[in-house]
Every structure is written in structure tokens, then in C-alpha cells.
Design a protein. Structure first.
Length: 438
């Protein structure tokens, strides 16, 4: 009697494989790559077409989606996985022979490096389409930079490195321990720096630049914001950043020329031991402020110090308004009558021009400033995903052109996946590259 082999009608392995391939499909359907394909196919017209452009390009995207650290790793997977080859668009009849050679991929990547402007157009196009689904995209932004090491070894002597476009960068981290002692850590690396502009509400990148590692963060801030405003967002409300972007002149440019309120941490550049400064040193006054912009008043009778209450920003005057803490909070103050002079509490107006580093439209002592500054962590989380999900912790990239292309690919895939998930009613997963498609 013939043996009957019972087949499984339902297999979780098949479902998982289908979901994995669906992630690639989501990216290839959402990415606006038609112009790039037309240009590359036009350049090849009349020449040998052993490895068609579209499937080869889709396989490069697959390398990003499935976190392959090298072309050889991607090629091994394509040679092994017939379903992936078919998902990329390779001819099933050719089998393993359809997979491009190492030289073919090298040639394609060189062409893509020369088409970086088209990569940037795809990035900008995705942001414009995302605006259709996220109307408040770009309202609150954060800026940050991250170190990206080169695969080449940096030479600290006169010898030239194999990556002549890279150089040495250094970041210093400082803090205070629980016991009050200070700590400092210096991190140096050879390679590049990725400057990112990120929407803090949705945690998606809206601008990027790749520079040498030694490039100062502060030099990239205003140009990147101007670029984002001209291309995509007319009404950026706030920009958050850490102490690396602390600059009075830049704060002035952001608000006065672009209407953007800077929410940027500040360094203490005052003399050692200097705690406060008089608001009006040329006259007898009891109002002082510290380097973080917190405003205090001294009781004229007891000289006890109280923090004044922030009462809002007067846009037409470009002044911050503060009110007597006794009148606002009900604090008992011996000199209240003397200080208020018959009014309902003393009011102080501080022009931004007093110090553009310290005084900004959203007062540093306000709850709103703390809330808006906490949005800066969105940029840190995007940086973390670039390292972990997109393979920049361990890579084989050297050369600025190749690094810029690889960063551009990662960010375009990130935006394409976000757009695809939104279109599929999976907005809660729009930041995920690795979660299986529903």
C-alpha cells in the first residue's frame, strides 16, 4: 500500500517568511525611486544587461532592510534564498545565476555614489508625502550629531590613512556623581560625523549631513534648519539641542530671522564662583539672574532670595515677563509693601537683548522649556536605531562618498518603512524596521 504523506495546511515558518518578505515589499512600494531607475537604466541603454537595474537596486534595499553588513553577506543570502531573489525581481528561471557578481554590485554602488543628489531627492520626497499623513510634522525639531567610525585605521603620525576623507573627532562628557564629585570622559574616533535633524513628535529624520569627525556641531545647525525650512516646513516652532549648539548669535538668527524658538542647553561660561548677576547693575535693584536664566528677587528688608514667577513672553517687545513671587505664590515677604509700592506685586520685563545665550523666548526656568527640551531625546533614539537596526556599529565602510550613500540609504529606508506602515494603519509601528508586517 502506498504510504500517504500528510502535509501541513498551516505553517508558522511560512507565515514568518512571508512577513519578512513583506517588509521588503513595504519599502519598495513606498520609496520614490522611479527617477533614479530611469536615469540608471538610461545610462545602460544599448549595453549588456546581464543584471537588470531594478532587481539589483531592490536587492541593495534588501541588504539594508535585512541588516546585511556587507555586499558579500547579501550575495550569500541571495544565492541561498530563492524567495528573496524573486521578491527583488530577479528572473526565477536563471536561479542562482541571476544574482549579480561582486564586481556588478561594486559598479552599481559607484554609480549610486555619483547620484547622491537623487538619493537626497528621494529623502525630500518622502518627507513631503509624510506631511500628507502627519500635518504637524516639522513643528518641533531636535538636532544632534553622532560619531561614525571609518573602517580604515586613523594614523596619528605623519602617515596617511587609507581613508583620506576622514579625520579624528573628540567629544567630552562631564557630569556630577551622587556624592557631588565631578567626572569627565573623553571619547575620540577616526571617521565621520552624522548631523541629524529630527521631528520630536514622530521621531523621524527630516534632515541630515555627513562631515568629517572634526567638524563642529554648531556650524551645521543654522544651515540645516534653513534648508529644512525652505524645502519643507515654513512654521518650525522650536529647535532643541544640547550644549554643543549653545550660541547667542545663533539663538538670535533662529528667532529673529526664522521665527524658531531655541530650546538649547547652556554652558556655564561665567567666572569661577560667580553665582548671579544684577539685572540692572547701573541702578539700585533687587533682581538678579543666574547663568541658566533663572530670575530671583531679594527681599529689601531681610535680603532673603526668592525665585520670581515667569509670566510669559511678550512677542512684540521681545521681553520675558516675571512677577513678584509673594504676589504669585503667597510667599510671606517682609519687604513686600516696600518693593511693590502699592501695586499687585512687582513686575520685571527682561529684553532678550540682555543676553541672547541666557534669555530665550521660552524661559529656561519654565515647565514648558523642560518639556520641549526633553524632546531632544527623539534625536538620540533615532541615532540609536541607526547604530543597532541599520548596522553602523559594525560596518565595512570607508570614504566620505560611500559613507554618505550608506547613510542616505538607511534614512530613505527608515522613512519608506514609516510611510508604508502609516498607509497600512500601523502607525504605532512606524519607527520599527524589524517588526514583521501584519
Amino acid at each position: 500500500m502506498a504510504r500517504i504523506i500528510q502535509q501541513k495546511i498551516f505553517s508558522w515558518k511560512d507565515v514568518e517568511a512571508s512577513g519578512e518578505l513583506e517588509r521588503l515589499k513595504m519599502v519598495t512600494e513606498a520609496i520614490p525611486d522611479d527617477k533614479l531607475m530611469q536615469v540608471l537604466e538610461g545610462e545602460r541603454k544599448g549595453r549588456r544587461d546581464d543584471y537588470p537595474i531594478r532587481p539589483a537596486w531592490n536587492s541593495v534595499l534588501a541588504g539594508v532592510v535585512y541588516q546585511h553588513l556587507s555586499i558579500e553577506s547579501l550575495r550569500r543570502e541571495l544565492l541561498r534564498n530563492g524567495e528573496l531573489r524573486e521578491a527583488c525581481g530577479f528572473d526565477p528561471a536563471r536561479g542562482e545565476k541571476a544574482v549579480p557578481s561582486k564586481d556588478a554590485y561594486s559598479s552599481l554602488l559607484k554609480k549610486l555614489m555619483k547620484k547622491q543628489h537623487l538619493m537626497d531627492e528621494m529623502f525630500d520626497g518622502l518627507i513631503e508625502e509624510l506631511k500628507n499623513y502627519l500635518p504637524d510634522l516639522g513643528r518641533h525639531l531636535a538636532i544632534d550629531s553622532k560619531a561614525i567610525t571609518s573602517w580604515a585605521k586613523g594614523k596619528k603620525d605623519s602617515q596617511e590613512s587609507s581613508d583620506r576623507h576622514a579625520d579624528w573627532g573628540k567629544k567630552t562628557y562631564k557630569g556630577k556623581r551622587e556624592d557631588g564629585s565631578l567626572w569627565e570622559k573623553v571619547v575620540s574616533w577616526f571617521g565621520y560625523k552624522l548631523h541629524l535633524l529630527v521631528d520630536t513628535t514622530y521621531e523621524v529624520p527630516v534632515g541630515y549631513r555627513v562631515t568629517k569627525a572634526s567638524s563642529p556641531d554648531i556650524e551645521e545647525m543654522v544651515p540645516m534648519v534653513k534648508d529644512a525650512q525652505q524645502k519643507h516646513f515654513e512654521s518650525i516652532e522650536t529647535l532643541a539641542g544640547d550644549k554643543a549648539y549653545d550660541s547667542g548669535p545663533d539663538n538670535e538668527v533662529l528667532y529673529d530671522e526664522h521665527g524658531i524658538k531655541p530650546v538649547i542647553d547652556i554652558r556655564n561660561t561665567w567666572k569661577d564662583g560667580e553665582q548671579t548677576k544684577a539685572l540692572a547693575p547701573d541702578r539700585s535693584d533687587n533682581v538678579v539672574y543666574d547663568y541658566r536664566g533663572t530670575v530671583y528677587c531679594h527681599c529689601p528688608s531681610s535680603n532673603e532670595r526668592y525665585e520670581m514667577a515667569f509670566y510669559g513672553f511678550e512677542k512684540d517687545r521681545k521681553t520675558l515677563k516675571y512677577k513678584c513671587p509673594s504676589a504669585t505664590y503667597g510667599i510671606a515677604c517682609e519687604g513686600y509693601a516696600q518693593c511693590s509700592k502699592g501695586t499687585k506685586g512687582k513686575i520685571v520685563r527682561i529684553p532678550l537683548e540682555t543676553d541672547r545665550r541666557i534669555f530665550v523666548p521660552i524661559a529656561r526656568s519654565s515647565y514648558k522649556w523642560k518639556r520641549m527640551y526633553s524632546g531632544r531625546t527623539a534625536a538620540e533614539r533615532v541615532n540609536s536605531r541607526i547604530d543597532v537596526s541599520f548596522g553602523f556599529e559594525h560596518h565595512f565602510i570607508r570614504g566620505k562618498a560611500k559613507m554618505t550613500l550608506r547613510v542616505g540609504l538607511a534614512l530613505v529606508v527608515m522613512l519608506s518603512m514609516a510611510l508604508a506602515r502609516i498607509k497600512r494603519d500601523q502607525r504605532e509601528d512606524m519607527r520599527s524596521l524589524v517588526k514583521l508586517a501584519a
